[in-house]
Design a protein around this ligand. Structure first.
Ligand SMILES: Cc1cc2nc3c(=O)[nH]c(=O)nc-3n(C[C@H](O)[C@H](O)[C@H](O)COP(=O)(O)OP(=O)(O)OC[C@H]3O[C@@H](n4cnc5c(N)ncnc54)[C@H](O)[C@@H]3O)c2cc1C
Length: 320
């Protein structure tokens, strides 16, 4: 039976990055023994939630070295663990941190590495989207084990199954040679309201808003709705109206809210891949031919600069 590992990235807050739980939920449906590796402060305590989501064993180390130094110590430890336990497949969340670790591990093991997987089909095959998300392809991975696959966030829902995991302490010594990139500072982007990736409603703005001053319309609408996060297209981020942390799409975040409101967004494929799984999509665009309308449940053709203020008033008066 295949041995399938999930790399359970530990966040700075000492909890498991949520995508790892999504991947575990899927991995436990595959034909194989599912195990997790958690490295960094909070790892041992995280075994409980990893077990609930399908890991039978958790290789854990609470050593702060994994948080203090970027990627190298984790890839070193994983490599040593891989030699000892011989997993067939290692699944990584497609986050900034985990991508670094996975790439360094692949360089050490000579494994095939596949990025941006949207579904997992077995211990050596996965699915991904090509041509800007317009076509899904099944990929069979060749080369030596372990195969390495980076999985896109929100590809699966994280659901506990009620299981529990045995904890195996990781006792790999971390040599100074891999303490290369020290993390000197963490800057937490200021934000109010729900996190973009978790908000039930996302109000996203695009270049159609015209200029940075009009961006406040998007914020006002999100504020009026309540419990809504603000997102943006790359065009708006590149124009420096908003920080990169708000970017949704191929090179930004993936969101899956109950309602996605696209304001002045054309619907380029690179944007759509980050939001197309939203439950309901509402678009406001003055161009009736804008591609965003093809995937919208409700389309409003008109000037966002007039429609959004009216919508804000309407939402406020109904709430009152
Ligand atoms: C490698 C690569 C990666 C990329 N990654 C991303 C990514 O992660 N995320 C992303 O978003 N993009 C990404 N892009 C860019 C993407 O291709 C598009 O250029 C971008 O999404 C367009 O943003 P936009 O919809 O805001 O702007 P535009 O395409 O310029 O669309 C503006 C829309 O606003 C409408 N409009 C204009 N005025 C009004 C008005 N007054 N009222 C209502 N509507 C109005 C227009 O009709 C138009 O449809 C990437 C591109 C590349 C090449």
């Amino acid at each position: 039976m295949a041995r399938i590992w999930v790399y359970a990235e530990m966040t700075a807050g000492g909890v498991v990055e949520k995508t790892a739980l999504e991947i575990l939920t899927k991995a436990r449906t595959l034909d194989g023994d599912v195990e997790a590796v958690a490295l960094g402060p909070g790892a041992t305590a995280a075994a409980a939630i990893l077990g609930e989501h399908g890991a039978k064993t958790v290789y854990a180390s609470d050593d702060p070295v994994y948080g203090e130094y970027v990627a190298w110590p984790a890839s070193h430890a994983l490599h040593e663990l891989t030699k000892e336990h011989q997993p067939n497949l290692i699944l990584f969340p497609s986050t900034y941190e985990s991508r670094d670790v996975a790439a360094r591990l692949a360089a050490r093991t000579g494994s095939t590495i596949m990025s941006n997987a949207t579904d997992l089909l077995g211990a050596s095959s996965a699915q991904t989207a090509i041509f800007g998300g317009s076509l899904l392809v099944d990929v069979t991975l060749e080369g030596p084990d372990p195969k390495i696959v980076l999985v896109r966030p929100k590809s699966f829902d994280a659901e506990p199954s009620g299981g529990s995991a045995q904890v195996v302490p990781v006792e790999v010594a971390i040599p100074d040679a891999v303490k290369r990139s020290k993390r000197v500072e963490r800057i937490v982007a200021e934000s109010s309201g729900p996190k973009l990736e978790e908000a039930p409603v996302v109000v996203a703005g695009g270049r159609g808003l015209g200029n940075r001053d009009n961006w406040k319309l998007v914020e006002e609408l999100a504020g009026a709705i309540g419990n809504a996060a603000v997102g943006a297209t790359r065009a708006v981020v590149d124009a420096e109206w908003v920080p990169y942390a708000l970017q949704i799409g191929q090179t930004g975040k993936t969101v899956k809210p109950r309602v996605y409101l696209a304001v002045g967004i054309s619907g380029a494929t690179q944007h759509i891949v980050g939001m197309k799984s939203s439950d309901r999509i509402i678009a406001i665009n003055k161009d009736a031919e804008a591609p965003i309308f093809q995937l919208s449940d409700l389309g409003i053709v008109g000037d966002a600069l007039k429609i959004v203020p009216a919508l804000v008033q309407e939402v406020k008066s109904r709430k009152a």
